[in-house]
Unconditional design. Sequence first.
Length: 444
Amino acid sequence: MAVKFNGKHLAKFIRPEEYEAIYPQVELAHKQLETKTGFGNDFLGWLDLPVTYDKEEFARIKEAAKKIRSDSDVLLVAGIGGSYLGARAVVEAVRGLYHNELDDGLKIYFCGNTISPTALNDIIKLTKGKRFSINVISKSGTTTETALAFRVLRKLLEDSVGPEEANKRIYATTDRAKGTLKQLANEQGWPTFVVPDDVGGRYSVLTAVGLLPIACAGIDIDELMQGAADGREKFGKCSMDNDAYRYAMTRNILYRKGKSVETLACFEPDFTMMNEWYKQLFGESEGKDQKGLMPTSCIFSTDLHSMGQFLQDGSRVMFETYVDVKNTREDFYIEPLEGNFDGLNFLAEQNMSVVNRKAMEGTILAHTDGGVPLGIIEVDSLNAHDIGELIYFFWKACAVSGYLLSVNPFDQPGVESYKKNMFALLGKPGYEDRKAELEAKLQD
Ligand code: PA5
């Protein structure tokens, strides 16, 4: 079993009857998902995606990845939010944080996810003297951060190889039919890939949005999809033993007991961007109508030296969920040191993964003693298959969590507020009234 929820340390915080009491609501949520009758039922394409995905497009993704890997030194992936996080999360979980430095082949840099001029200039520097391609990803085709970076990078590419060759090196992942990006792609003849209508941004990593950059990183996307398909089977039936539902129930029960923060923690740094992906998935899905758990994350033991004090001893507002990676990508045998000058020989003659595990076990016991409810998501490894299964586990748990909270887990109306203010302050036509009002508020 690649992915499993282990609730053994939760026993002193949640009684079995509490799961039984909430279970009928889970049954309802499950039925609403299956029959597509709940909130946001236009956005349930992810449910069957691991088996119903477009096989023809999947083959084109592999072909495009092969071409990019053979004709480019650098791939710039421009996208933000759901059009960014999943791809980077999978690439770094599977290939490691330093894949660009360690692999000889294609370097993959993510951009268009900020308006920082420093970040953009650094990306431009990374293309100097390099053969590069661009994968621009935007479902709406109009997102400012991505569109602005793409405008600059497209010109850079055209200046470097000429417009005709540039058109063969720009890959657009966007809506099937509408939007500025789709129109531009049609006009210029760029290869295009589709973000399906019924899959929202944060559920899109297993569409072309994630699959093209992931395939470009040399990751086996068949394995990834197989893992997700296995997750769909495993977490597809409604029962108390469905681990995705147990995790969703745990979150909701703890929320009702006054916990307002979940900290997802992993002892593998390669999980850093998966943490970011999880934060978007749950934050955008649940945080509405003044409700929802605030998703936060840590990488341990690193963050035990920054957040450890608070988690052990600070306000009891949080619970923790640990992602326990059973088999690490690498291991390291610790040799004994003659003379034991650093006093560390008590760690010697074993693998470092054992030491890391003891750190995890020690932390679990300390934090639960400190009053932090703590569940564990066990994952066999961070290979493509298991990450695929883990993605599906989180998707399913998130959808049910949202329904348990009576919110629509598939929209994100709140994200628009900052955009409207930003457009008004920048003088975008149509926002004149708001501009005056906001500028008055900004006056001293
Ligand atoms: O989850 C979401 O829907 C958002 O995070 C979007 O993915 C993000 O805003 C980017 O949107 P788009 O793909 O339209 O550029």
